[in-house]
Ligand binder design. Structure first.
Ligand code: SF4
Length: 220
């Protein structure tokens, strides 16, 4: 979610609270980037496969992002608010916080500058950790970190192989397919006849196992 950040960084124990008044301003003019777990949660919410969801609701633009309407609203915003609330992406759960994670797993939070006409207010009613729990953010944080670690490993592999200058359109297509959870889980469960779990977290674990297997196969 591209929004101005304040400079100071914070940890989970720091005092923080935010009272959302459902003015819906924060669902406009944002780049909501999605990882494969978030796509899977949103796709299930809509009764679609991840490939169908990507085709219907997202654009590939420096990563996979949710589309916006002509007025800049998120395509998943309805008259009464978010239409996918139980499955909304991590950045929507964190708002008005941003979370940064380094390759060594160090985590920091930053306060975002709210929309100038937002009716939400900051409070001092809890901690950042409690805010994360209230937003049911933990599975999404875990998924975000898992895919980030895999991307770091993939980048190390590409750098070592010296292939970064020869990344072709076909490679980009292959990478997009690799990150499509339903395609990869179905493909890898088919041959050894592994039963496909419908649970999003179990499918994430399977997907990541296969992603690491691909890296391992590419290295050896
Ligand atoms: S996914 Fe929901 S909460 Fe997030 S920007 Fe879209 S409408 Fe708003």
């Amino acid at each position: 979610m591209a929004t101005n950040e304040t400079r100071s960084s914070h940890g989970r124990d720091e005092v923080f609270g935010y009272l959302c008044r459902r003015c819906l301003k924060c669902c406009h003019h944002k780049n909501i980037q999605l990882n494969p777990y978030e796509v899977a949660r949103l796709a299930r919410n809509r009764g679609l496969t991840t490939g169908e969801f990507r085709a219907a609701w997202t654009d590939q633009r420096a990563g996979l992002v949710l589309r916006q309407t002509e007025s800049g609203a998120c395509v998943l915003l309805g008259n009464e608010g978010c239409t996918v609330h139980p499955d909304r992406p991590l950045v929507c759960r964190l708002y008005p916080l941003a979370r940064h994670v380094r390759a060594d797993d160090k985590e920091t939070f930053f306060h975002l500058e709210p929309h100038p006409h937002s009716r939400g207010t900051f409070t001092r009613s809890g901690t950042i950790g409690e805010f994360l729990t209230s937003q049911d953010a933990h599975a999404f944080i875990e998924a975000s970190d898992d895919y980030f670690r895999w991307l770091c490993a993939a980048r190390r592999f590409v750098n070592q192989a010296g292939e970064s200058e020869h990344f072709t359109a076909a490679d980009a297509e292959a990478a997009i397919e690799l990150l499509d959870m339903d395609t990869m889980v179905a493909r890898h469960c088919a041959a050894p006849e592994i039963a496909e779990s419908l649970d999003a977290d179990a499918r994430r674990a399977l997907h990541l196992r296969f992603l690491y297997q691909q890296l391992h196969d590419a290295v050896s």
